[in-house]
Ligand binder design. Structure first.
Ligand SMILES: Nc1nc2c(ncn2[C@@H]2O[C@H](COP(=O)(O)OP(=O)(O)OP(=O)(O)O)[C@@H](O)[C@H]2O)c(=O)[nH]1
Ligand SMILES: [Mg+2]
Length: 381
């Protein structure tokens, strides 16, 4: 069990931290100390009341969707797992991974057009495949695509042909990853040589509908409904705000120079603050319509500034749904890995930096998924 070996105080209420008695002031769970040995710590009580959070929400899906996954499993069908390259962290849903155990997955990493053109496609492909393999998907192959400019669509059709091996093929993936767009590209070059029709239909014993396209007289391509993105910023803000945070063209990295107590506001929607002393150069990847503003308090406490931006909505875009600090979740990350790292906010974008034991605090609208991973796009630091 972790032990406190130097006296530390809760940086919110100032109580001496202790791991002995949950009913007394300053109690902190030993596992938190173990996880953040050098971190700024909050006692459990302040952690709760301040709504600090260390457990980002996974996206959810219902029983009907489970039924579709069970059918896919029992048929040993080929899954075409479509992920949005700009924002795919929401695609790692443990329950899907479990239900698709042992099922061949062809990964289609779509929306390539939204990433900078000079990023190496082979590295990108390897990165996506690696992330899905680590999540325990049985990845048979990966292809990077864009329906916006037609990139690699022929390659994707070839791979579906190659791996289907007389089996049904199911397009699955998060909502807005581009399944319908890919299927409609497929239909442009599709010739129906079967006696069956393309139909929309309800999946057996569910209220969910899909599209079924015959590829032979016995096998089909199915388009399934997207899994929810209820842990993405896109589902937390108004349509008009969504239109500004979804990039329309390739994102351009914005350089940020962070020193202790610098916070970076992303519109009036989210904030990343460096709490520790390591000077950190970072690159932000997000829509050019989101104002990015760095701020550093002279007294080493940005709370007033951050609160005021969220309350007044002074940076663009701002959402009517985020009016005070109470509408936010706050996460802290202690970076333990070296090398290129990302901290991302699902639906909004991410920052890339070199891991050097930094301690970050991140403010996001309630329920939005925040993550840290090795870098998707490599930069020289
Ligand atoms: N920039 C870009 N946008 C894309 C691409 N493919 C699809 N989109 C856009 O992404 C949005 C969602 O695409 P859909 O094809 O409807 O996504 P879906 O996976 O079918 O979503 P659900 O039906 O909700 O599960 C649409 O606005 C598309 O225009 C792409 O390659 N690049
Ligand atoms: Mg669709």
């Amino acid at each position: 069990m972790a032990e406190l070996n130097k006296l530390q105080r809760c940086y919110h209420c100032g109580a001496l931290l202790q791991t002995e008695d949950p009913s007394k002031e300053g109690y902190i769970s030993p596992d938190i100390i173990e996880k953040y040995p050098e971190g700024l710590l909050l006692c459990n009580n302040c952690y709760k009341t301040e709504k600090f959070n260390n457990n980002p929400q996974e996206a959810t899906f219902d029983e009907d969707y489970t039924k579709i996954l069970k059918v896919i499993h029992s048929k040993k069908a080929l899954v075409v797992y479509v992920v949005d390259l700009f924002s795919f962290e929401g695609s790692f849903i443990n329950k899907i991974i479990e239900l698709l155990e042992g099922i061949d997955v062809l990964v289609v990493a779509n929306k390539r057009d939204l990433l900078p053109p000079d990023v190496n496609n082979e590295e990108l492909k390897e990165y996506v495949a690696h992330r899905l393999r680590v999540a325990k998907f049985k990845v048979v192959d990966t292809v990077i695509t864009s329906t916006s400019n037609g990139y690699n669509l022929d390659e994707m059709f070839k791979l579906i042909n190659k791996y289907s091996e007389g089996r049904d093929v199911y397009f699955i993936g998060a909502s807005t990853s581009g399944k319908s767009a890919l299927i409609s590209e497929f239909l442009k070059q599709y010739l129906n040589n079967t006696s069956k029709m393309i139909v929309t239909f309800p999946f057996d014993n569910t209220h969910l509908r899909g599209i079924r396209i015959p590829i032979t007289n016995k096998t089909y391509i199915y388009e399934t409904p997207g899994t929810s993105i209820d842990n993405s910023l896109l589902s937390k803000v108004e349509r008009t705000v969504v239109n500004t945070i979804v990039p329309r063209k390739a994102v351009v990295a914005k350089k940020l120079n962070l020193t202790k107590d610098t916070c970076v506001m992303f519109g009036s929607l989210a904030c990343i603050e460096l709490l520790s002393k390591e000077k950190t150069q970072a690159y932000a990847y997000l829509s050019d319509k989101v104002e990015v503003r760095t701020h550093k308090s002279i007294v080493g406490d940005n709370t007033k500034y951050i609160t005021s931006v969220f309350e007044k909505g002074s940076l663009k875009p701002a959402s009517e749904k985020i009016k005070s600090i109470k509408d936010l979740d706050v996460y802290e990350f202690q970076i333990t890995e070296e090398g290129g790292r990302d901290i991302g906010i699902l639906g909004l974008g991410w920052i890339n930096f070199k891991g050097n034991k930094q301690h970050f605090r991140i403010y996001v609208p309630k329920g939005v998924y925040v993550y840290t991973t090795r870098s998707k796009i490599k930069n020289d630091f």
